[in-house]
Design a protein around this ligand. Structure first.
Ligand SMILES: *Cc1c(COP(=O)(O)O)cnc(C)c1O
Length: 351
């Protein structure tokens, strides 16, 4: 049985919108009510609707992520893929997703918007490890579970999901739920991507984004990588033109341009700064714990996080607080070395 058979029956039966750009014929284009002219003074082809799934960008991303173009959905950030997955698989008021908090908040929000239930199986232990047994039990106990969101490296804790634990979840979910490994921060870790395991598990999907390591958060470009039948399903319900032409052009410039090699050195720089800050903060008396991180941020437990947060704000530095989810913790994004030194200096004055 393909995992797609677990998608909403009404979505499988839905006749997708056929947009004008899906007609491959080229000539004088009079089929999309577009303007025949560019806006005055603009030298970019923006009067036409873009390709629904831009072939050039798919090709470049497929090379980057080492997959087939048919295994890719590209959208406005990976957030869009999270939303589409919830809509495709979860019947409102009936089906459920499983998340492993503390984790990225958008999984629960997207499920909530769709009217799906959210089953939370907390990460366990001092390092926030994936509790594969408890996740497996949650899946087994509830046939409505359609999606399992795992985040590795995890936001906000920074840790990696142990690969055997992920495999156990994939096996427990086999034939029932799609397991999505969100690799938004994969470039900062040295773990192999789960994309390489797509041929082993038909219920595996991976999220990637250009928003973090590639420095393109403002571009809004992210991808879902999965078996082609899952991608076909998502493409049935995507908005007619999810990726703006300007986004396609800039993404191709960055990914295929000469700057691509510089990117690896920037990632190394962020990682080196992260480890420097981790070491520096670990020695402070106001710090309870600095979590190991494979991402571009550090989760830090303080004895008095509110006080630290206030002092940092006073100095013009804004970090992330998680008042309900993780009281006493702050998540610090790794920025330029000099800014991290300034941050450490502020914390010194509190020690
Ligand atoms: C930032 C982030 C995303 C969102 O990425 P976009 O591609 O910008 O939508 C997805 N997942 C996690 C875990 C993130 O931290």
């Amino acid at each position: 049985m393909s995992i797609v058979e677990r998608a909403r029956a009404d979505i499988c039966a839905l006749r997708p919108y056929v947009s004008a750009r899906q007609d491959p014929a080229r000539g004088i284009l009079l089929n999309a009510n577009e303007s025949p002219w560019q806006p005055p003074g603009l030298n970019q082809d923006l009067n036409r609707y873009p390709e629904p799934q831009p072939a050039g960008l798919l090709k470049t991303l497929a090379r980057l992520y080492q997959c087939d173009t048919r295994q890719l959905f590209v959208g406005r950030g990976s957030d869009e893929a999270i939303d589409l997955l919830c809509r495709a698989f979860c019947a409102a008021g009936k089906d459920a997703i499983v998340t492993a908090p503390p984790t990225f908040g958008m999984y629960a929000v997207a499920a909530g918007i769709q009217g799906a239930r959210v089953i939370e199986v907390s990460l366990k232990g001092p390092d926030f490890a994936l509790d594969s047994e408890a996740v497996g039990a949650a899946i087994g106990a509830d046939d409505g579970v359609k999606l399992v969101f795992l985040c590795s490296p995890n936001n906000p804790s920074g840790g990696l999901a142990d690969s055997q634990s992920v495999e156990r979840v994939l096996e427990a979910a086999s034939g029932q739920a799609l397991v999505i490994v969100d690799e938004a921060y994969a470039e900062f870790s040295d773990q192999p991507s789960w994309i390489g395991r797509l041929s082993d598990f038909d219920n595996l999907a991976v999220l990637r984004t250009l928003s973090k390591a590639y420095g393109l958060a403002g571009l809004r470009c992210g991808a879902l990588v999965a078996r082609s039948e899952v991608i076909d399903l998502i493409r049935r319900i995507m908005p007619p033109y999810p990726v703006p032409a300007t986004t396609v052009q800039t993404a191709l410039e960055v990914l295929n341009g000469p700057a691509a090699s510089e990117l690896a050195s920037r990632v190394r720089q962020i990682v080196a700064t992260r480890e420097w800050l981790r070491d520096r903060l670990s020695k402070l008396a106001i710090v309870k714990r600095v979590y190991p991180s494979a991402a571009n941020f550090l989760l830090v437990a303080f004895y008095d996080a509110a006080h630290v947060d206030a002092a940092l704000r006073e100095s013009g530095m804004i970090v992330r607080q998680f008042s309900n989810l993780l009281p006493d913790h702050l998540r610090i994004t790794i920025g330029e070395r000099q800014d991290m030194m300034a941050l450490a200096n502020v914390l010194d004055t509190l020690a």
